[in-house]
Design a protein around this ligand. Structure first.
Ligand code: ATP
Ligand code: MG
Length: 659
């Protein structure tokens, strides 16, 4: 490192606040300092500004209907179609030749879809779905990796008013079956397989296994042929080849169905930390307005930008910020099929350079991996097209933030650290890049119009610097409307904790811990309940534990997250063998690994399985996961005084060290 570099590093390491670069501010979409007050004073009418980003078939009468809170309704009386907003209107404005999706396969193939072409593909597939009998309000499950047919299928569903339910392709067969069962979904669109690190991965076998677990009749399955000759597979009676089926509908015109603003656009199941996954319902008007507004105000997207969010469409981030938000704004959205280190660790920077990407949105776990790989992978690429960077999914530590700022953004791009959830539909807490000072490690203030607070157990706002819980004290257009077919659980999960039904005051509880500073900047501390965040994928401890104890010979298990340099957290399993199985640990370990892979998927693969004769428990019999987390992370052990069996902690720690 040269002296100059060393000085720079030292300066960066100490700097706690960063002003948005002048060059960015000059061109930013939102720069009015008064926007926070304006939204507060005109709430809820301020949200018309979001709705105005869309084209409505029928104007709405009321911005917010709160008569049946917390079942809020937004833009009531309005009608619109999401696929029309993402496609037709840009074509009508003469932008049909602009690129909508720039797709790159892992092996280097490229497919470019202009708005004209994407609209044609969407109409063909919409006609195909109708041909199979899909009707308005039928839920269509999409179990697909990052191939263009996924957004095409989503928009085709939206066009005919059939809500989609996308299941992340990395999820297991069981996960697919659970979600199809929960949504009573009778249609599935999937593919034969896809490429990962150059290998052809079989996906259809997993889909078939999942289908075998669906409790109702599945009427049709459409299978995209992604791998050609690289994978041989047979189609059963109700399975159709995508291309063959679509060929019969080529050149179709399918009028977009006018949907009520409150009609469901899609269902998205959360990771299911607390047992059964939650089917989050998002609507056509509020969700689309909110994802478009935040894409405009936070990601600073404009129609002539090339924008890239490297998330998977199987998560909410991909729904809101690869598909709906960016396409509603008529921009070019980049989509990449594969991993960031194939064929080499500079793949993403090669894509940025080649496409002249203006805006890049990724997850802290990815940034930590780039950091670990080293600067040399960024240095040979011209990243000067970038003007804004973003992160989402977990807290970003200041060191990773600064690395991103310097080595990717060249100190010329603001970074937005965006806190939000599947349930919120879009970003909630983040700086506005053209306005606010950035503080690495802190997401920032709540967005204009969002009344997020940090409160104590009684709901009173905590003092600056104190830890508390995030609440959101007023509704917003992108909010979930309910959990599919389960209004009761919707109330119980999100509203029970802090609302007062008597006074009709409804407070949304996201179940995250946080701190707030004197400037109102919120630092997210993590979840209230146990959850493991592996490379940005949130895994429920309960789910993994139940897989492990499903193995014959394992009596009890506790699953915790331990710190991991790259993944953020890794899965550690502590298990107690049943009597008589003590000398068969190797066997049990193998079976437990397999059980986890089968029931959740490879993302949940345990880093280590430790066998012990006992688990640390409180007097009331609850496993003290905090202590196990400390052991897994190699931390000093916390207070053991409330334990029923304090000695066991030292035993386990000693065992982990010798393993
Ligand atoms: P489930 O609710 O089933 O457990 P999940 O909460 O893991 O699923 P998501 O909705 O994708 O699934 O994740 C939202 C959570 O991610 C937030 O509640 C928060 O804990 C975390 N998160 C997201 N963005 C940020 C961020 N910028 N900073 C800190 N944490 C974040
Ligand atoms: Mg959650």
């Amino acid at each position: 490192m040269s002296q100059e570099d060393a000085n720079l590093e030292a300066r960066l390491a100490e700097q706690e606040a960063f002003e948005p670069p002048e060059s960015f501010v000059e061109q930013a979409n939102v720069t009015e300092q008064g926007i926070y007050e304006e939204f507060e004073e005109n709430w809820p009418e301020c949200w018309e500004r979001a709705a105005d980003l869309l084209s409505w078939d029928e104007a709405y009468d009321t911005v917010l209907e709160d008569g049946n809170a917390p079942f809020y309704e937004w833009f009531t009386g309005g009608e619109l179609n999401a696929s029309y907003n993402c496609l037709d209107r840009h074509v009508a404005e003469g932008r049909g030749d602009s690129v909508a999706i720039e797709w790159e396969g892992e092996l280097g193939e490229e497919r470019t879809y202009t708005y004209d072409e994407l609209l044609a593909e969407v109409e063909d597939f919409a006609a195909t779905l109708r041909g199979l009998g899909v009707e308005e309000d039928d839920i269509v499950t999409l179990y697909m990796p990052m191939i263009p047919e996924l957004p095409i299928a989503m928009l085709a569903c939206a066009r005919i008013g059939a809500p989609h339910s996308v299941v992340f392709a990395g999820f297991s067969a069981d996960a697919l079956a659970t979600r199809m069962n929960s949504a009573d979904s009778e249609y599935l669109v999937t593919c034969d397989g896809y490429y990962r690190r150059g290998d052809a991965l079989d996906h259809i076998s997993k889909a078939n296994e999942g289908l075998a677990g669906v409790e109702h009749a599945v009427s049709d399955v459409v299978v995209v042929d992604r791998l050609g000759d690289d994978l041989e597979h047979d189609l059963t009676d109700n399975q159709h080849d995508y291309d063959e089926l679509v060929a019969d509908h080529e050149g179709s015109t399918v009028e977009p169905v006018s949907r009520d603003a409150e009609d469901m656009l899609f269902l998205m199941y959360t990771s299911g930390t607390t047992g059964k996954p939650k089917g989050v319902k998002h609507t056509t008007g509020g969700y689309l307005a909110y994802s478009a507004w935040t894409s405009h105000a936070v990601l600073d997207i404009e129609a002539d930008d090339t924008y890239w969010c490297s998330a998977d469409i199987g998560w909410i981030t991909g729904h809101s910020y690869i598909v709906y938000g960016p396409l509603a704004l008529g921009t070019t959205s980049v989509m990449y099929e594969g991993t960031p280190d194939y064929p080499d660790k500079d793949r993403l920077w090669e894509i940025v350079e080649k496409n002249g990407v203006d805006i890049f949105y990724t997850a802290p776990t990815a940034i930590r991996a780039f950091m670990k790989w080293g600067e040399e992978y960024t240095q040979n690429h011209d990243l000067s097209s970038l003007r804004l960077l973003g992160t989402v999914g977990e807290p970003i530590n200041p060191r990773a933030w600064k690395w991103y700022y310097k080595h990717i953004g060249n100190e010329e791009c603001p970074i937005v650290d965006t806190w939000w959830q599947t349930e919120t539909g879009g970003m909630m807490i983040t700086t506005l890049p053209g306005i606010n000072t950035m503080k690495p490690g802190s997401a920032g203030p709540p967005l204009p119009g969002i009344d997020a607070r940090v409160v104590d157990a009684q709901g009173e706002e905590v003092d600056a610097g104190q830890a508390g819980y995030v609440t959101v004290n007023n509704p917003w257009p992108g909010m979930l409307r309910t959990l599919y077919d389960n209004d009761e659980r919707f109330i119980q999960e999100y509203w029970d904790e802090y609302s007062d039904e008597e006074t009709d005051e409804w407070v949304y509880f996201p179940e995250d811990g946080a701190k707030i500073d004197d400037d109102g900047y919120i630092t997210i501390l993590g979840r209230v309940d146990d959850v493991i965040n592996v490379s940005g994928h949130r895994l429920g401890t309960m789910e993994i534990e139940s897989a492990v104890v499903g193995v014959e010979g394992i009596a009890e298990a506790a699953v915790v997250g331990g710190d991991h340099e790259v993944k953020g957290e890794a899965v550690y399993v502590y298990a107690i063998p049943e009597d008589g199985y003590e000398d068969r640990e190797a066997e049990l370990e193998e079976e437990a690994m397999e059980a986890v892979l089968d029931s959740i998927g490879p993302i949940a693969k345990p880093e280590e399985i430790v066998f012990t004769h006992e688990l640390p428990k409180t007097r009331s019999g609850k496993i003290m996961r905090r202590l196990l987390e400390d052991i897994a992370s190699g931390n000093e052990l916390g207070n053991t005084s409330t334990l029923r069996n304090p000695d066991v902690v030292d035993d386990i720690a000693a065992q982990v060290e010798t393993d």
